[in-house]
Design a protein around this ligand. Sequence first.
Ligand SMILES: NC(=O)c1ccc[n+]([C@@H]2O[C@H](COP(=O)([O-])OP(=O)(O)OC[C@H]3O[C@@H](n4cnc5c(N)ncnc54)[C@H](O)[C@@H]3O)[C@@H](O)[C@H]2O)c1
Length: 371
Amino acid sequence: MKRVLIKSSRFNYPVYIGRSIINRTPAILSGLNLSERVFVLTDKKVDRLYGEEIKNVLNSYAKENFIYSLSAGEKTKSLNTAEKIFNLLLKQKFGRDTLLLTIGGGTIGDIGGFVASTYMRGVQLVHIPTTILAAVDSSIGGKTGVNFLQRKNLIGTFYQPKAVIIDTSYFNTLDYNNRVSGFGEVIKYAYLSSDTFYNLLYSNFDALLKLNSPYFNKVIEECISIKAAVVSQDEFETSGIRKILNFGHTFAHAFESYSNYRIDHGRAVLAGIIRALFLSYRLNLINQTQLEYYLKLPTLIKSIKIMNEFNRKDSIGFNNKLLEIMYSDKKSMKGQLSFVLIAGIGKILIDVKADKRDIFYALNKCKEFLG
Ligand SMILES: NC(=O)c1ccc[n+]([C@@H]2O[C@H](COP(=O)([O-])OP(=O)(O)OC[C@H]3O[C@@H](n4cnc5c(N)ncnc54)[C@H](O)[C@@H]3O)[C@@H](O)[C@H]2O)c1
């Protein structure tokens, strides 16, 4: 079992990564002196697959153990759901000594984290992420949130968990789309990391995606270590360093919004990364050779062409709509569009301004490239 430590202003917390480590949960929780009054938040599918096992594991730890399962997905990330959970917590007489344990993907982690941070001004939180995306991204770094008025994560908090426990054997039941979505974020880390990591991913990609590569856990650990290093330096996204994690995300958020959240987050990130690469090239941050090399990894996922379906008929209309969405995104409220772009692997630039012509260039070149 591997352990990565995340630093935060109030306390440091461990992330444990390993196969079949769920059985170690009681020892981890008691080692951290956490409450034995456990409210488990999960989703219906995860409950069906692992609920019984989790209940058995927690029985040896918890004095009280209540499981509540929601439907996974963006609709669940709402104030309405949060209110339902608050009501249930109260009804079941959970007080300030609650340990809220989330077991599921990013949607469960985000809403669970939001509830934990606000219920009685904050109760203990532990994440057990069961998707690749949640393991490498959403469970680390303390961002919680719900969607509001069609805006993603508009209402939320920064609230760190006491621990994150990643049992990588849970990923075996993820379907292909969900694995691709997780790899969207994994690929993003390749640009933040090193040529060595980029090449490791590139050379072993097929086996990694099928979850049968001997490097799988190493890859997950590397992604978490990168995120840990970044969020430990910029817990509340004040210094700007944390923005590097948003490589490809300005485009990605626009795609998600355009599709009315029918596209998985990670898949939108992949599509966004490809546009961000073309934009970086347009702004002379990378040369032709770099562009070609950097495009190799995300395009190993053939189904990434899906992002071209939207603008097949009406490119100008599509581009304009996307631009409009980007302008209304909360990150560009000051009226200027800025992007997180790349000048080389491990050289991510934040707040790079681009105008409409540059953005259209990136969108159109990408369309040509993906065919
Ligand atoms: N807080 C952050 O920093 C942060 C970062 C990135 C993304 N996010 C959020 O994460 C969310 C997306 O997360 P996600 O992709 O995990 O989505 P998700 O939670 O909706 O899970 C996707 C699907 O996988 C299923 N599932 C989960 N674990 C499974 C398992 N082990 N086996 C089989 N099926 C399983 C779920 O039931 C669901 O159908 C978005 O809401 C996004 O905004 C948050």
